[in-house]
Write a protein that binds this ligand. Structure first.
Ligand code: ADP
Length: 430
């Protein structure tokens, strides 16, 4: 139980750490990526504005002649654009100048956008190229209005930027891996630290239950034998006290049973590997046969058909008394919670390395919402209280604890008013 709690704590801790890491890195990545693209956009807009000054138009009558554009852009004929702060040969940028009709006049730089001109003045991302087009106006002197001179389109390759972002992503992924490993180790250590006091308390509680049950045994035996001795001499008992003595005897029996059950549970909780070495090979088919034979009179008195459907020999390793207790609890329950005229069947199936024993009844059944609770200590359905006076609510908890200490488990399927089937699975003796 503590191991499951520890695992759950560890996975919750890891889940929280991974969620924080993923959220933080996603925010940082998008923030950085947004900033880098903003910077790039600022650069290409600046370049476009600078390049706009090179758009030279000479007007002759109504005709606009673009003649000197390439020369003026590259006066020294070195293949570079003559914008002092811009070296287009190295910066993966390209500039195109268009006339008012969108006809290409000149181009410079390496990265040229291979799309025809469109009068779209937003930043466009096409494959790995970012592009912006701006209109160029000539402002008339003396407030004579502005006149469109053409367009400048600037492109810049985003390859480098994307590579940088990819490297960042790799860094985050590597960081994530380190975070998971370190969180796992840290979480494991923290879980151990936080569970230690709980484990100590749990051990103390188990020890207390075992000690208290053990200490209660002797005074209970004294009360029980004293009452029995007194009851053996009915002549000396005042008639008014007969019922009281019978009540004391019944209550003592019930308490003795309860104390024995608690002691057994405390012992199964603290089972050690040394005790496991002492286990012997038990013929389970014979154990079940004996048990059914023993309970037959009880079934007959309730007019219940008790059937044993076993035709094979099966051996398991364990403690015979405990296994007897396990199946006795299940069978007693089946007989108790099955009305007169019902049927209880014990069957056995050999599976791979396991044996499955079914105890099936045609009894009152268990509501589906109660099924997860029935193995809890002291849990009893309200209906069961009225049906079974002597029950303590420990029977299934004991059966479950015994099955677990023997390396097996118990599962149940049930339908209210139809019946229940308890299946015990135990490892076969090798
Ligand atoms: P007890 O029988 O002493 O009440 P158990 O631990 O043996 O305690 O069982 C817990 C509860 O599970 C019972 O009170 C009853 O409500 C339910 N239960 C167990 N076995 C059966 C069964 N075969 N059919 C119906 N209900 C059952």
């Amino acid at each position: 139980m503590l191991q499951t709690l520890g695992r759950r704590l560890l996975f919750s801790y890891l889940g929280v750490m991974v969620t924080i890491w993923v959220t933080a890195t996603t925010v940082v990545y998008h923030f950085l990526s947004y900033n880098l693209y903003q910077k790039l956009d600022g650069e290409i807009v600046n370049l476009a504005n600078a390049a706009a000054h090179n758009l030279i138009a000479t007007t002759v009558g109504q005709k606009v002649i673009h003649t000197k554009v390439p020369q003026i852009l590259d006066n020294d004929d070195d293949g570079d654009l003559d914008i002092p702060w811009q070296d287009l040969r190295t910066s993966n940028q390209g500039i195109e100048w268009f006339d008012v009709n969108g006809r290409l006049l000149a181009k410079a730089g390496k990265t040229i956008y291979r799309m025809s001109f469109t009068a779209d003045f937003n930043v466009i991302q096409y494959q790995k190229i970012r592009s912006i087009t701006i209109p160029v106006y000539l402002h008339g002197l003396h407030g004579g209005g502005k006149k469109l001179q053409g367009y400048v389109r600037v492109n810049e390759s985003t390859k480098e930027l994307e590579e940088e972002l990819d490297r960042l992503l790799w860094g985050f992924e590597l960081g994530g891996l380190i975070v998971i490993v370190l969180s796992g180790l840290g979480g494991w250590w923290l879980t151990r630290q936080s569970l230690q006091p709980i484990e100590q308390n749990f051990q103390q509680f188990k020890q207390f239950t075992a000690d208290a049950s053990h200490e209660l045994r002797s005074p209970l035996t004294v009360v029980k034998t004293s009452v029995e001795v007194i009851m053996n001499y009915p002549d000396i008992i005042h008639p008014a006290n007969v019922d009281k003595l019978a009540a004391i005897s019944s209550a003592t029996n019930q308490m003795t049973q309860l104390v024995e059950d608690l002691l057994l549970l405390a012992r199964t909780d603290t089972i050690t590997s040394i005790q496991i070495i002492d286990w012997i090979t038990i013929p389970l088919d014979e154990l079940l046969e004996d048990l059914v034979e023993f309970l037959e009179p009880q079934a007959v008195s309730k007019e219940i058909t008790l059937k044993l459907e076993i035709s094979i020999e099966v051996f398991v390793k364990g403690e015979a008394i405990q296994l007897k207790r396990l199946f006795s609890n299940l069978l007693q329950n089946a007989l108790h919670y099955t009305p007169r005229g019902g049927t209880v069947i014990v069957s056995l199936m050999k599976l791979e390395r396991l044996v499955a024993i079914n105890v099936q009844d045609t009894g009152i059944g268990i509501a589906s919402e109660h099924i997860p609770l029935i193995f809890n200590r002291f849990w009893r359905a309200d209906q069961a209280r009225s049906q079974r006076e002597g029950g303590t609510g420990l029977g299934l908890a004991i059966a479950d604890a015994i099955a677990r200490t023997h390396g097996g488990d118990i599962t149940v399927t049930s339908e209210v008013g139809v019946g229940s089937c308890f299946q015990v699975r135990l490892p076969l003796a090798s």
